[in-house]
Design a protein around this ligand. Structure first.
Ligand code: PA5
Length: 475
């Protein structure tokens, strides 16, 4: 994607926070005074993030991903070409930060029925992201792929995640049984030196591997090989994705709220959270963007949901992300958003120009209630419904704001991802928490190890046996 400066400006994503202000929401809105009172905190959060950019020891390596991957990108593009030639299907085995990004980018930028298209109309092999260990799902995936003609990208930073490693064991066993050299059909994306995938690679005599560097945590890894290889395989322009991220980074240089959209968004969310808005709804008006909500939910929840500050003071912070889809969830959740408790901020993702307009033909001329739709397009309809929902929420005094994407493409998606990553980093700094750890996730992972008999977890296994189930509480 070649982009002139003019085109970049036209594709710039913007934040419209009109419906967060007291000017439009009355006493339910955020006043200029409140915003000003938080400017100092925003400035120091901005300074903290800036001062620690790229620091691996703080897990802030993600800030440099738009700039430091030229060689890796070249290698990924070559590998993707080979994969497209050789394989009928590409399967990501991973979970959490190792899967949500690949799913999101695929859905955002590929045909919504990509796997159903004939081969000649697809830019790559069929594509699957297996981010669960539901036994039915695994079995049924195997019903639709031929493992000998499938490339498996095993993505795990630790190489110790039970879900991913169980999937690997199943797949490697099948490949072996089919007489295929495992090395031919797997690619690892993992830590440079540590972890079980590194060991497995050595045992197999060297598996093609991409590195997820020390300073990049799972949920901040979409712009690393974790997301770039799967994206390149299905024909996504990964250079444009990275350019979009770099562009957003540039737009967020200032510590002035009026000039830094991610800092503004973080500050609005922070003010809302401090005022008891414990639920953050992300509602894209675009099926292509529907899994941005899943990706964002992990980023926001795992990063901000913490019980201790960096200076070891107890706290219980975070906001529960809720995934909604416009217009689908207008007919499901919007009733609650409009009339239920005042505990939410709704963030819309709106699209300026959809890649298809899809005209609605004239018809049913004798039924005015239907005929009025004729002559419009589905683009006009979805945009009108988006606007109408924002209006209804505002009339009901509900905090809502809109992130506008002029189009959905690699450049705007790259901007959006980096926007949310920066927003999360700023919000974490405002709360003075460790944005990048996830002790709550680790606890569950360890309990699973104990339950399934991993050596070293015997004590926890005994404790778990005592804990549940208690027959006194089973009805
Ligand atoms: O954001 C995170 O760090 C987690 O969600 C991890 O990505 C997830 O638990 C998978 O871990 P791993 O990549 O080590 O298999």
């Amino acid at each position: 994607m070649k982009l002139t400066e003019e085109r970049r400006k036209a594709l710039r994503i913007t934040v419209d926070y009109t419906n967060m202000t007291d000017k439009y929401l009355g006493d339910k809105g955020i006043s200029e005074k409140t915003l000003s009172a938080n400017k100092k905190l925003a400035k120091s959060a901005h300074a903290y993030v800036n001062a620690n950019r790229g620091k691996d020891e703080l897990f802030m390596g993600w800030t440099e991903l738009p700039y430091n991957q030229n060689e890796i990108v070249a290698d990924i593009l070559e590998t993707a070409k080979l994969i497209r030639k050789k394989f009928d299907a590409f399967v990501v085995l991973g979970i959490g930060g190792s899967a949500l990004g690949p799913s999101m980018a695929f859905t955002a930028l590929c045909h919504l029925h990509y796997n159903d298209l004939p081969k000649s109309k697809r830019k790559g092999p069929k594509f699957y992201v297996e981010d669960n260990v539901d036994p039915v799902r695994m079995k049924e995936l195997l019903d639709v792929i031929d493992v000998t003609k499938t490339c498996f990208n095993v993505i795990s930073k630790s190489g110790a995640t039970s879900e991913t490693m169980a999937q690997y064991l199943i797949i490697s066993d099948l490949l072996k049984k089919a007489g295929v050299n495992i090395r031919e059909n797997v690619i690892f994306t993992t830590d440079a030196k540590r972890g079980n995938l590194v060991k497995i690679s050595k045992e197999l005599g060297g598996v093609k591997s991409y590195v997820l560097s020390d300073g990049v945590g799972g949920r901040f890894s979409e712009l690393s090989p974790v997301g770039l290889l799967p994206a390149a395989v299905v024909g996504i322009d990964i250079k444009a994705l990275l350019k979009g991220a770099a562009y957003m980074d540039k737009l967020c240089k200032s510590s002035d709220l009026a000039k830094n959209p991610a800092l503004l968004s973080a500050t609005l969310q922070y003010i809302a959270m401090e005022d008891g808005k414990n639920i953050g709804v992300l509602m894209p008006y675009s099926d292509n963007l529907r899994y941005v909500s899943d990706w964002y939910a992990q980023l926001w929840a795992e990063s901000l949901g913490k019980n201790v500050t960096l200076d070891k003071k107890p706290c219980h912070v975070g906001q529960t992300p809720v995934k909604a889809l416009g217009v689908t969830d207008q007919h499901s959740q919007v009733q609650l958003y409009t009339e239920g408790p005042y505990d939410k901020v709704v963030t819309f993702l709106s699209v300026g120009s959809y890649k298809e307009k899809t005209p609605i033909p004239h018809g049913c001329e004798n039924i005015p209630d239907v005929a009025f739709l004729g002559g419009h397009t589905m683009e006009e309809l979805i945009q009108a419904e988006n606007k109408a929902t924002a209006y209804a929420l505002t009339k009901a005094g509900r905090l809502n704001y809109t992130i506008n994407l002029p189009e959905v493409n690699e450049f705007t998606l790259g901007q959006l991802l980096f926007f949310f990553e920066l927003q999360t980093a700023y919000a974490g700094a405002m709360y003075n928490i460790d944005t990048y750890n996830q002790p709550g996730v680790e606890a569950g992972k360890k309990a699973t190890f104990a339950l399934l008999g991993k050596p070293g977890y015997e004590l926890q296994r005994n404790d778990l046996a005592k804990a549940s189930p208690d027959p006194d509480y089973i009805v």
